[in-house]
Design a protein around this ligand. Structure first.
Ligand SMILES: Nc1ncnc2c1ncn2[C@@H]1O[C@H](COP(=O)(O)OP(=O)(O)OP(=O)(O)O)[C@@H](O)[C@H]1O
Ligand SMILES: [Mg+2]
Length: 272
């Protein structure tokens, strides 16, 4: 059964929680730029972990290292106790890790069903298997059902091409596709950055709903109000390292801002 807010508060589960994914000493340079300087991060099962940090702190690079978009120069990535090397995003997906980026989420000219089943299309056959065609009705029905029942949104124009849908609807479809592919970790890079107020509320509600279904989410955000509303824990990046990881209820917004600015670094000079 998915944990509720009450369960989480009643037990120290978040601190003692089983680790789903951990990164140790991950480094990545682009030419002369050291984007990651030995980043350590723990994502625990069933939590919403917010990853915050100033522009250029290394957040996107870190998730691209998890997704196999970038190969780390050093360090390790461990999924459920097993060290993994992720050569390509398709491999991350096979391991149950899905990332949702605002822009790359959908193919604009495809409709809901095609986007939802991208790369895992349902087919139907005629004439004893001689002719195989896309089973658009089955794909559309499953997509609408997952979106309504698990993501909690209704799509009123399921035949429309993705480019006419709103940012929030596109986001919801990408999320629905991820959970329908049995993702156990969903990573979102700035899920509310380009959305209006109402759509932002919808995406925040989706995040809470998925957490209540037992999914694990790693969410990058610049918006601390959103972070404090939906995260169980907060990890802060500064200068290519994760400089703090804490439970949301143990910190104030001001303290998080201090970490983001690097003013809490005591054991080393702040990176330039
Ligand atoms: N492909 C790349 N080639 C060269 N430099 C890169 C590349 N990707 C990232 N960088 C550099 O690495 C550093 C970290 O960038 P990254 O995009 O990870 O930061 P971020 O924390 O996601 O920032 P933002 O909040 O602005 O999205 C920056 O100095 C950036 O310019
Ligand atoms: Mg980024």
């Amino acid at each position: 059964m998915p944990a509720t807010d009450a369960d989480r508060q009643a037990s120290p589960a978040i601190d003692a929680g089983e680790v789903l994914l951990s990164l140790k000493g991950v480094q990545k340079s682009f030419g002369g730029v050291q984007a990651l300087r030995g980043a350590d991060l723990e994502v625990r099962k069933g939590e919403v972990l917010a990853l915050v940090g100033d522009n250029g702190a290394g957040k996107s690079t870190l998730i691209k290292a998890i997704m196999g978009v970038h190969q780390p120069d050093a360090g390790s990535i461990v999924l459920e106790g097993r060290e993994i090397t992720v050569a390509h995003p398709d491999q991350a997906r096979r391991l149950g890790i899905e990332a949702i980026y605002q822009d790359l989420a959908l193919v604009g000219t495809f409709d809901l069903a095609r986007n939802f089943f991208l790369g895992r299309e349902k087919m139907k056959s005629y004439l004893g298997g001689l002719i195989r065609v896309l089973d658009r009705d089955a794909m559309r029905a499953e997509a609408l059902s997952v979106l309504e029942n698990r993501v909690g949104i209704a799509i009123h124009n399921p035949y429309a091409s993705a480019y006419v849908l709103s940012g929030g609807q596109r986001q919801a479809i990408a999320i629905g596709r991820a959970i329908d592919s049995d993702a156990r970790l969903i990573i979102m890079d700035e899920p509310t950055a380009a959305l209006g107020v109402e759509e932002t509320e919808r995406v925040l509600a989706i995040i809470s709903r998925l957490r209540d279904q037992g999914l694990t989410l790693l969410v990058i955000s610049h918006n601390l109000e959103h972070v404090f509303r939906c995260a169980d824990r907060i990890a802060v990046m500064h200068g290519g390292r994760v400089t703090a990881q804490m439970r949301r209820e143990d910190v104030t917004r001001q303290e998080v801002v201090g970490h983001i600015m690097g003013s809490r670094l005591t054991d080393e000079a702040p990176p330039n």
